[in-house]
Write a protein that binds this ligand. Structure first.
Ligand code: UT7
Length: 334
């Protein structure tokens, strides 16, 4: 890695589908209540994509907003990464559709699949590409229409998720901004703690599988909860040590927004007061890969982080996967 070349975040954007779904609306359909969902998860509402809002459309909207914020046109981007586990099509990459929608010419474009850890994985990979000199301006978008995988009759999962997209523009910088230390981890032994069984090469779709509703996500919530707290805490601690800073120096933690109880448990174990932890899942639910960049976007727009601040991003997701990054917000000269 070139120690005098960094990957500053110079633009950020987000996008949501139009349709808002409240807890009460879900309670009209299935055996649940606003009280249960609020108290067990912290979620009050979520946005759900319609047929004209596939992943690429939300991703392109977030990417467009991030580029506008950076004051850059699509032609400035040389690499596009779309982190998603809900692609437009099984093949080819959704990043190619996004590249086309944004009018980016012949930019390198690929998808990255790490479920809810997609954005922190993408930030690690994208930062490495910029710091090694392969890329100069990289657009990282994390977008998921996770509700596409939801069985709306399954109360164990349907109350938790929402759709959305978030994006950042990374630009080569001589000053130490952007991700200063990042790590990624995975444990394939937990593959079926949360998964969709049908529709891949293991179990191609058949009418029988559809009848069994195997095209939808299932989840062992309690087990995931435990792994989530452990994965995020350990990787967050590692990132802070590798960045050569202390938790006291971190202005704000922006964690994956899955369940406020998971976030509170992580904060407690890291010894951080909740005032220094960003939470917005009450309005969006778990937006999978999009959750960290949407939270980062809102933290920046609300002035919770300003240039020079250190921000800790941490996430976990299906796979199981996890990762963290210590980011210095702001930028020098590209
Ligand atoms: O990005 C990764 C995505 N996955 C996650 O983040 C999942 C992490 N896990 C969690 O967030 C929590 O485990 C849940 C929110 C999924 C569940 O909370 P919990 O406190 O672990 O509840 P539980 O699984 O222990 O279930 C308690 C009860 C059960 O009833 P019984 O067996 O005690 O009679 C469930 O059937 O709550 C019931 N239940 C519900 N009740 C009303 C489960 N879902 C619902 C629901 N409404 N939507």
């Amino acid at each position: 890695m070139n120690s005098s070349r960094y990957a500053a975040i110079v633009g950020w954007g987000m996008a949501l589908p139009r349709r808002l779904v409240t807890n009460d609306e879900l309670a009209e359909r299935i055996e649940t209540s606003d009280e249960w969902i609020r108290s067990r998860t912290g979620i009050l509402q979520r946005y759900v994509a319609g047929p004209d809002e596939p992943t690429s459309v939300l991703a392109a909207a977030a990417g467009r907003a991030a580029l506008a914020q950076a004051g850059l046109g699509p032609e400035a981007v040389d690499t596009l990464i779309v982190a998603t586990c809900t692609p437009d099509r099984p093949f080819p990459a959704t990043a190619c559709a996004v590249q086309q929608q944004l009018g980016m010419g012949r930019t390198a474009a690929f998808d990255l699949v790490a479920a809810c850890s997609g954005f922190v994985y993408g930030l690690s990979v994208g930062t490495s590409l910029v710091r090694s000199g392969v890329s100069h301006v990289l657009l990282l978008i994390a977008a998921d229409v996770f509700t596409h995988l939801i069985d709306w009759d399954d109360r164990n999962t349907c109350v938790l998720f929402g759709d959305g997209a978030g994006a950042v523009v990374l630009r080569a910088d001589e000053a130490p901004f952007g991700a200063l230390a990042s790590n990624m981890g995975a444990w394939g032994g937990g593959e079926t703690l949360m998964a969709v069984d049908a529709g891949g090469t293991l179990l191609p779709i058949t009418p029988e599988l559809l009848t069994q509703r195997r095209q939808y996500v299932y989840m062992n919530g309690r087990e995931i909860f435990k792994h989530a707290v452990r994965g995020m805490c350990e990787s967050a601690e590692q990132a802070v040590v590798e960045a050569g800073v202390s938790f006291d120096a971190i202005r704000l933690v922006v964690p994956h927004q899955a369940n406020v109880r998971i976030i509170e448990a992580v904060a407690k174990r890291l010894g951080l007061p909740m005032e220094r932890v960003f939470v917005n899942l009450d309005r969006y639910g778990n937006t999978s890969a999009a959750s960290v960049p949407i939270a980062l976007y809102e933290a920046a727009e609300q002035g919770r982080i300003v240039a020079g601040d250190l921000v800790l991003l941490t996430a976990f997701g299906g796979g199981l996967t996890w990762g963290s990054s210590v980011v210095r917000w702001g930028h020098g000269h590209g």
